[in-house]
Structure formats: structure tokens, C-alpha cells
Design a binder for this molecule. Structure first.
Ligand code: F6R
Length: 609
């Protein structure tokens, strides 16, 4: 996620913009820029890398003026570079944008045909051209923004200034947060509260489809039809630290709650229900590679490895292609059989994990085609892959991965359907059905998150537990592994994930009244089999926490505590069953008082072996 800060008032604004952007630094970014009206024209300054680079540039050559916009960019389309950094300018306007313009390829073609040249690889530049062209054709800035946004599909928080109207800022929002703030003879727009807290606490949150016109003295609001309306300001009481977490106690909890939105971002623009098919944003392997495809090899570490395990089942079931899954640290040292005919898929949130990177290099050098699944644009893994399917989870700050995992799961589903369609194992009608189901998941997760307090009540019983066992079968076996990993990482309670069928081959010896057992048992093909594990645990006095399908009365008789998910087809269950387990781990750790966002001994990105 990128950061936006904009100012109009009486003060010199360069420092105000830079300071505001600095307050948004925690969100992560890879380049930054400002555009300021200097009394003659809009002056633009952009730098790759950290804000300090931009600060140095502005200090060396100050830009004076009291109307300006600033941005920190976290790359989604196009690598981190000065050219791709915001603001983008065209035709006397300058703008910053958060979000993704889904139909930017079509809009770019249309603008190119009208003679427009582009200087960046971004989707955002399209918006600058659309608005600039509209202003040049005689529209005022607000009208131009409204007309342009009507043509844009996707998500945006847009903040725009124009050389023709240098007393105002126009802001527009669609599915990407944007707040306007009112000070004394000055107004602000920002993507997030921390940016403006040093100046004022009186804010108005924009809603989808709304636009705002800000001058030093006023803020005018307009609804989706362009009709002016009023909304009272809110006085925010957040302290700066909790403002960074948007009121959540920890980044991890914030990120758990962001999952519905992030999954919408992952799916956005990639699903065609008409064709019952998937687009991989240009990462599609060439036809010759697909025709010769014999095997898929998924390689990753930690949580990303668990997503790979789910991916194996999805791809094998839907595309009927053999899939191998390996831990990157094992793969790279076992002289693996890999080469032409293999599609090698490294999965990584950070794109920098040393073992995954080394495994990728080995697979590449032996002739495999590499399609990465990654969250951080232009990180090391995408840079050396043949193509990348980005997960679009936004920066993940909590060390324990949550939203990166669920967006990886959704990406696995996209890849499975894509391969199934190429291999002819999925016809458009069945693919359409699968994709329609997939599109309901964000809403279902939203509902699951409402049970957070209920999960906390359950968690209260287990804060003194020394050891947990997590059991699951089929696609829910990797979720048992992931649930256990989440718990141990942040609560420091020992936890093991097991394939439920393996319980009687060893771990059953551990079970007694002191051993809580989390059984993932939603209604599925293997429901009855998991159920027998559950009885075995009960018979030995173990405490059972079940993740079960809503309305399952039978399980309620055997389990001490039940966390429910809505009924869902097997292949989508991992996206739901993991949610209560993330919450369980979080609440246990929170009640134990551990350092949840930075657990001991762990680093967010493991760039060494
Ligand atoms: C666990 C976690 C780690 C990472 C692993 C791989 O919560 O975050 O297990 O999943 O270090 O990292 P990436 O996905 O960045 O390659």
C-alpha cells in the first residue's frame, strides 16, 4: 500500500508533505515524490528508495509553495524507479494514486491511438493522461477528475492538482482509503490518519464514489452523481502509534482484518466469468511451454510452503498435472530432478528468501520455466523469474504472515484454474462455477472475522497450555501446519500440525488432559474420518477445539469448543479454516503479552540461509 499526503494553505508545504509521508513509512514503500505549485508551474521531484533521498533532493534545491501533493509508492505495476514513482504529470495536472486501475491496458491503447506517449510502466500514468486531456479540452479540474474516474475500473484513492486552478486539490475515492482533514486556514488529504495528526484531528472519511474539492478555507464533498452534500467532521482521538495500526492493537490483527480487501485485490481483473477463465497479468507461460508441461514443482519456505501444499491438491485436482512440493532449503541441496517440461513455481511473500531464491536459480539453470508467486514487486525473485503472479496483499508488517498467506492461497486457486483450462481438464462452465465460489470468499471471511471476540473467549482457556496438536486432512492438512506455526511463532507455545490420519502412528501417545487438540473438521469428503480422530482424542481426555461447518450439531457433542466456518466446497475451505486459527493464535499470544508483531528470534525476511 502506498501513502498519500496533500496540502493547501498558507504555509510552505514541502516539509509538511515530507513529514506526513514519513508518518506513513511503516507501511513500506520503494520510492517517493512530491509535486508543488511554485507560483509559476507545478514542480515535480521524485526519487527511488527511501524518503531520505527525496528529502536530500528537496534540501539541495528547495521547492517553495503552499499547494502540493506527495506520495510514497509500493510498486504494483512497474518496478520501483524514479520514472514509475508518483506524482505523475500530464497536460498541466499532477496526481498521486493508491490502488490498481484494472482496465489500464485498454485505456492505454486508446490513449496511444490518440497520440499519447507514456513515460512510465504504471497504471497510474493513464489517470494523469485522462484527466490532463480532459482539462485541456476545457473542463474544470473537478469535472475532469469525475469524468476520468468514470472510465476507470478498479480501485483508487486519487489526489490531483492543476496549473489552471492552483488554489485547490481534487480528491476521489473508490475502494482505497482516503481522508480529508481540516485545519486553521489549511486543508489536507491523506491515505491514512497518521499523516495529518500533527496538524489537525478534524477529519472526514471519503466513501466509495465520492469526490472532494479542497481549498485553504473549505472542503466541498460530492456524491457519486456529482451532487454536493455535507458530512460532519469526526474528531479523532487516536494517538499516533495506534493511528498507524488504524486503531488495531497490533499490525498482525490489522492484517488479519485486511484479508477480505486484500483478497479482492488478488482476484481483481484476473477472473473472466464470461469465458470461465483466468488472466495472469502477462505472467502466462508461452504456449510451447504449456504444451510440453509434464509437471509443476512448487517450492517455498514456512507459511508460503503451506500455501504450496494446498496448491498441490488444487492443481492436481483441477488440472490433473502431477505436482511436487518441496521446502526450498531441501530442494536446493538434493540435486533435484528438474528441467525442461517442468513449471517451477517459487512462492514467497518477500521475494527475498535466500533458500527460495537459490532453488529458483537452480531450477532456471536446468531449463525449467519459472512462474513466481510473490507479494513484493520487483524483489529478487520476480526479477529473475520468467513471469510473476503478484499476490497484491500490500506490505505485511507483522512478522507472522497472515494476509500474505491467504492471498497466496487465492493465487494457487487462480493458477489451478488457469492450468486446468489450458490442459482442457476444466470446461468453461465448471471453471465459472469454481470462480463464482472463489469470489464469495472475501465476504465470507468478513463474517468470520466478526467472531473474533468469541474466539478470544475460547483462547482464554488455553493461555497456560504447554503444547498443542493441530490435525487436518486433505486441503486442511496444510492448514493444521499453518495454524500450529502461527501459534508457536507468536505465543511461544509448542504446537505441531499433523495429517489427522497419522495421529495413531505416533502423536496419540502425547494426548492427555493437558494437551489441547485443534481438529479441523469442516463437512467434506473426509469429514467422517476426521471425526473418528476426534473421538480418539476425547477418549483419552484431550481437550478438543474443533473448526467445523456452521450447523454441525454432531461435532458440538464431542468438542469442548467449536469455531465455525460457513459451508464451502473442499478446495476453498483453507481460505476459511485458517481464519479462526489465526485469531486463536493472536488472542492466546495477546493474553500472554508476547511481542506479537516482532516475536523473539524471528525476522520478517530471511535473506540468509
Ligand atoms: C511465518 C512466516 C515465515 C515465512 C517464510 C518465507 O509466519 O512468515 O514462515 O513464510 O520465512 O518467507 P517468504 O514468503 O517471504 O519467502
Amino acid at each position: 500500500m502506498c501513502g498519500i499526503m496533500a496540502y493547501v494553505g498558507e504555509q510552505e508545504c514541502a516539509e509538511i508533505l515530507l513529514e506526513g509521508l514519513q508518518k506513513l513509512e511503516y507501511r513500506g514503500y520503494d520510492s517517493a515524490g512530491v509535486a508543488i505549485w511554485d507560483g509559476q508551474r507545478i514542480e515535480l521531484r521524485r526519487c527511488e528508495g527511501k524518503l531520505v533521498n527525496l528529502r536530500r533532493s528537496v534540501a539541495a534545491e528547495p521547492i517553495l509553495g503552499s499547494l502540493g501533493i506527495g506520495h510514497t509508492r509500493w510498486a504494483t505495476h512497474g518496478r520501483p524507479s524514479e520514472q514509475n514513482a508518483h506524482p505523475h504529470t500530464w497536460g498541466g495536472i499532477s496526481l498521486v494514486h493508491n490502488g490498481i486501475i484494472e482496465n489500464y491496458v485498454a485505456l492505454k491503447q486508446e490513449l496511444s491511438a490518440r497520440g499519447h506517449d507514456f513515460s512510465s510502466e504504471t497504471d497510474t500514468e493513464i489517470a494523469a493522461h485522462l484527466i490532463g486531456a480532459s482539462v485541456q479540452s476545457g473542463h474544470d479540474l473537478h469535472t475532469a477528475v469525475r469524468l476520468a474516474t468514470k472510465r476507470m475500473e478498479g480501485s483508487y484513492a486519487l489526489v490531483v492538482i492543476s496549473e489552471d486552478e492552483p488554489d485547490r486539490i481534487v480528491a476521489a475515492r473508490q475502494q482505497s482509503p482516503l481522508v480529508v482533514a481540516i485545519g486553521n486556514g489549511e486543508t489536507f488529504a491523506a491515505s491514512d490518519i497518521p499523516a495529518i495528526l500533527a496538524h489537525t484531528r478534524d477529519v472526514i472519511f471519503l466513501e466509495d464514489g465520492e469526490t472532494a474539492v479542497l481549498t485553504a478555507q473549505s472542503v466541498q464533498l460530492f456524491d457519486a452523481d456529482g451532487l454536493a452534500f455535507e458530512r460532519p467532521t469526526k474528531h479523532v482521538l487516536w494517538d499516533p502509534i495506534s493511528a498507524e495500526k488504524q486503531g488495531f492493537k497490533h499490525f498482525m490483527l490489522k492484517e488479519i482484518f485486511e484479508q477480505p480487501d486484500k483478497l479482492v485485490d488478488t482476484l481483481r481483473g484476473r477472473i473472466s466469468l464470461d469465458r470461465g477463465d483466468i488472466a495472469l497479468d502477462g505472467a502466462e507461460p508461452p504456449k510451447a511451454i504449456l504444451d510440453a508441461l509434464k509437471r509443476v514443482v512448487l517450492v517455498a519456505c514456512g507459511t508460503s510452503y503451506h500455501a504450496a501444499l494446498v496448491g498441490k491438491t488444487l492443481i492436481e485436482q483441477l488440472a490433473r498435472i502431477p505436482v511436487e512440493v518441496d521446502l526450498a532449503s531441501e530442494f536446493r541441496y538434493r540435486d533435484p530432478l528438474i528441467g525442461a517440461g517442468d513449471l517451477f513455481v517459487p512462492i514467497s511473500q518477500s521475494g527475498e528468501t535466500a533458500d527460495t531464491l537459490a532453488a529458483l536459480k537452480m531450477a532456471h539453470s536446468r531449463g525449467a520455466h519459472v512462474l513466481a508467486v510473490c507479494n513484493v514487486v520487483d524483489s529478487s525473485i520476480p526479477r529473475i523469474s520468467d513471469g510473476t503472479l503478484y499476490t497484491h496483499a500490500g506490505p505485511e508488517i507483522g512478522v507472522a504472515s497472515t494476509k500474505a498467506f491467504t492471498t497466496q492461497l487465492a493465487s494457487m486457486m487462480l493458477l489451478a484454474v488457469y492450468l486446468g483450462r489450458r490442459k482442457g481438464t476444466l470446461d468453461p462452465a465448471r471453471a465459472r462455477m469454481l470462480l463464482e465460489d472463489l469470489r464469495t470468499i472475501p465476504t465470507q471471511i468478513e463474517k468470520l472475522l466478526e467472531a473474533s471476540d468469541a474466539v478470544r473467549e475460547i483462547a482464554k482457556h488455553f493461555i497456560h497450555a504447554r503444547s498443542f496438536l493441530y490435525l487436518g486432512r486433505g486441503v486442511n492438512y496444510p492448514i493444521a501446519l499453518e495454524g500450529a506455526l502461527k501459534l508457536k511463532e507468536i505465543s511461544y507455545i509448542h504446537a505441531e500440525g499433523y495429517a489427522a490420519g497419522e495421529m495413531k502412528h505416533g502423536p496419540i501417545a502425547l494426548i492427555d488432559e493437558n494437551m489441547p487438540v485443534v481438529v479441523i473438521a469442516p463437512k467434506s469428503e473426509t469429514y467422517e474420518k476426521v471425526f473418528s480422530n476426534l473421538e480418539e482424542v476425547r477418549a483419552r481426555g484431550g481437550k478438543v477445539l474443533a473448526v467445523a461447518t456452521e450447523g454441525d450439531l454432531k461435532i458440538a457433542r464431542f468438542a469442548d469448543h467449536v469455531m465455525t466456518i460457513p459451508a464451502a466446497p473442499d478446495y476453498l475451505q483453507p481460505l476459511l479454516t485458517i481464519i479462526p486459527l489465526q485469531l486463536l493464535a493472536y488472542h492466546i499470544a495477546d493474553m500472554k503479552g508476547t511481542d506479537i508483531d516482532q516475536p523473539r528470534n524471528l525476522a520478517k525476511s530471511v535473506t540468509v540461509e
